[in-house]
Design a protein around this ligand. Structure first.
Ligand code: GDP
Length: 389
């Protein structure tokens, strides 16, 4: 039985700024403190989830640990996987995030890209780990980078003055150096204090975006994901919708982190065993919901922020009929863009109002955040303002 409140957090930031090292360091420092924590080494975090077989459970990219007051599931995206794609999937469910910025390099395009996406996808609470602080010879440099990061956060709609910035060295903490071990504890204290316990949307109908589909020999098909809203008990009827025909089934088993549970609720990372469903009938990008509670849609209106090149976006404008990929939660669907009347093109760095027609229907509602991408380039981050049909 879980006694501490549970939160979902994650690391974000530019490649090589030390996200995975920091994640490993957090687990090591906490494991040394005693209690329920165990050390998860760098190479167990930094690899594609599909390389690791763990049966009916969530992927290894989720590490779990607890502080004195809370239980955390921490998402660290493997370095060689498609980071932003994983971030959208994970970020849709994050209660808060640790933005990792290398003190040596300062904010980089992916730092900005992740901050823009975090804002749009609804990650409201950030704590900054100013990492690689062991490499800075003087405090002035650290002060300067800190100032720059605070300004950046303010520019993108966070309260840059209030966000905690903790100077850490994931690498030195991993090596057991006392000063840097303490800084990891300071960072965790900042997360405990600054990221509030989210209001769980328990009263709304159950909804869980599917992240993975697994087949467990002798048991059937299992879908995994983070529960976005509502609760589900073993034995309840569910519907799997979006992308194609709906499938109706019964949840005959529920697990979290490999442990069986009677009920899954908003905020849980859950595995749901579906009775009588064959593997090919359900897939990533669909959502599990209560029958009739949500409908898939193909047309909607949205507000978007088009990323500039300095934010990791395009260098050139796009025009009407542009057809990028739309990433909502765990889905990834092509869509055609219509621009507002009188607008011929949208330039990098601009805000725009778009009407979108998706190639496949998915579960959307006003307020839902999404990313527009072209290959691995993030073109825009947006919010649904109106569902059309
Ligand atoms: P990620 O891509 O953001 O996950 O970054 P990694 O955790 O893979 O780290 C990238 C590189 O930076 C590795 O060579 C790490 O050893 C190094 N690194 C990470 N954290 C620190 C740190 O605090 N200090 C120093 N000096 N190097 C670090």
């Amino acid at each position: 039985v879980r006694t501490k409140p549970h939160l979902n957090i994650g690391t974000m930031g530019h490649v090589d700024h030390g996200k995975t090292t920091l994640t490993a360091a957090i687990t090591k420092v906490l494991a040394e403190q005693g209690g329920n924590n165990s050390y998860v080494a760098f190479d167990r975090i930094d690899r594609a989830p599909e390389e690791i077989e763990r049966g009916i459970t969530i992927t290894i990219a989720h590490v779990e640990y607890e502080t004195a007051t809370r239980h955390y599931a921490h998402v660290d995206m493997p370095g060689h996987a498609d980071y932003v794609k994983n971030m959208i999937t994970g970020a849709a469910q994050l209660d808060g995030a640790v933005l990792v910025v290398s003190a040596q390099d300062g904010a980089m395009p992916q730092t900005r890209e992740h901050v823009v996406l975090a804002r749009r996808i609804g990650v409201e609470h950030l704590v900054v780990a100013l990492n690689k602080a062991d490499l800075a010879d003087d405090e002035d440099l650290l002060d300067l980078v800190e100032l720059e990061v605070r300004e950046l956060l303010t520019r993108y709609g966070f309260d840059g003055d209030a966000v905690p910035v903790v100077r850490v060295s994931g690498l030195r903490a991993l090596e057991g150096e006392p000063l840097w071990t303490h800084r990891i504890l300071d960072l965790l204290a900042a997360v405990d204090e600054h990221v509030p316990i989210p209001p769980r949307r328990l009263d709304l109908p159950f909804l869980m975006p599917i992240e993975n589909v697994l087949t467990i020999t002798g048991r059937g098909t299992v879908v995994t994901g983070a529960v976005e809203q509502g609760t589900l008990a073993v034995g309840e009827t569910v519907e799997v919708i979006g992308l194609g025909p709906a499938v109706t089934s019964v949840a005959t088993g529920l697990e979290t982190f490999g442990k069986p549970m009677e009920r899954a609720e908003a905020g849980d990372n859950a595995a749901v065993l579906l009775r009588g469903v064959k593997r090919g009938e359900v897939r990533r990008g669909q959502v599990v919901c209560l029958p009739g509670s949500v409908r898939p849609h193909t047309r909607f209106r949205a507000d978007v922020h088009v990323l500039s090149a300095a934010e990791g976006g395009r260098r050139t404008p796009f025009a009407a009929n542009y057809r990028p990929q739309f990433h909502f939660r765990t889905s990834d669907v092509v869509g055609a863009v219509t621009l507002a009347e009188g607008i011929a093109v949208v330039r990098p760095g601009e805000a725009a109002e778009l009407t979108v027609e998706l190639g496949l229907p998915i579960a959307i509602s006003p307020g839902l955040g999404f990313a527009m991408r072209e290959g691995r380039l993030t073109v825009a981050a947006g919010t649904v303002t109106e569902v059309l049909d």
